[in-house]
Design a binder for this molecule. Sequence first.
Ligand code: A2P
Length: 360
Amino acid sequence: KQYVVAILGATGAVGTRMIQQLEQSTIPVKEVHLLASYRSAGKTLYFKGEPVTVEEAKPESFDGVDLVLSSAGGSVSAKLLPEAVKRGAVCVDNTSYFRMNDDVPLVVPEVNEDALEGHNGIIANPNCSTIQMVVALEPVRQKFGLKRIIVSTYQAAGGAGQSAINELKREAQEYLDGKSMNAEILPVKGAKKHYPLAFNLLPQIDVFEDDGYTHEEWKMIHETKKIMLGDKNSPDIKVTATCVRVPVPVGHGESVWFEVGDGNTPTPDELRAAMADFPGLVVQDDPATQLYPQPQTAEGSRDTFVGRIRPDLETKGAYNSWVVSDNLLKGAAWNAVQIAECLVRRDLVRVPEGGAAKFN
Ligand code: A2P
C-alpha cells in the first residue's frame, strides 16, 4: 500500500524538516500535500526533487488523505485535526493541544511504541525537551528503576519556530553593531513583554501557571509520566524542571539529575553500557578526550546524545548527566515521522469506528 500524506505547517521550522524526514523514511508515499496559512499559498516547495505547490489548509484539504503530520500551532491543530480525522486521516500532531487527552497516545517509539495500538485517529508527539530526556532515561528505568528526576534545560531558539531563530540572529548582529536589540517574539509570542535572547538567558518558555512554573516545565513533568508510566499523574517517578531559553539556534541541552530504584547503585560504566544498548541513544562520555554532547555536533542527527555521567557524590543511587538532541528532529519532525513509520509497520493507518466522535 502507498499513502497520501499531508504536512500541515509545511513552511515552518519543523514542517520543512518533516518534509525532509519523510523523504528519507521507509513510508511508501503516493502523494504529498503541503499545507500552511494563506500567506504561503502558491509558494513552491520540493518533495524528492519534485515541485509541490503549498496550499492554504482548510477542512477539505484532508479529503483523500491517509496520514497527516502536523506542526502549525495548537490552535490550528485544535480546529483542523478533528476535521482530518472525520475524513479518515490519521494525524500525528507535534503541538501540545492533544497531548494530555486520555483518548490520545503520547508516543516516543523507543519507549512506548505499544501505546499506538488502540489510537483513535490522533497521536501526539511529545514536547521536544521531554522526548530527549525520556530517551536517555528509559534504559536506566528498565534496568535499574527510576525514582526521581531534577532537570534544568538549555533550550534552543528554534523550539519557538523559524521566526525565533531569525530574531536571535538579527539581535546578535544588532548587539555586535552596538545597536539596541529589538525583541518581538521571545520569550513567548503574544506575551506582554519581550526580551532579547542574544547574549542573554531567558528563564521562561511558554506561559506561566498559577503555581509559578511555566507551562513548558509542567509539560516535562506530566508528559514524562504519561510516556514512561502510562499515567500523566503517576506518583511513581517524581519530576521537577526549570526550563531556560539559551542563545543557540538549534539543539537543546539538559542537565539531568536522576535517582535510580531503591538499593541499586550502578557504576557510571554500567549506566553507559545500558544507555549505549538503547536504540536512538548515543553515549559521548570521555573526559580524558573532552568528549561530551553539544548542540553543534548534534544538529542534523536523529539521535539523542548523553554524556557527563557521574555519581552524585553525596546521594547514593543518584547521578548527574548531560543530554543533547536536535530539538527539531528527534524533538519534533523525526519523532513524528518515526511514529508514522510505526503506524505503517503495524498497519494502524486507519481511523477506528467511533474514533472521530472522540474529537467532536
Ligand atoms: P505560514 O508560513 O504560511 O505562516 P514555525 O513553527 O516555524 O513558526 O511555523 C509555523 C507553521 O504553521 C508555518 O508553516 C505556518 O505557515 C503554519 N501556520 C501558521 N498559521 C497557520 C494557519 N492558520 N493555518 C495553517 N497553517 C498555519
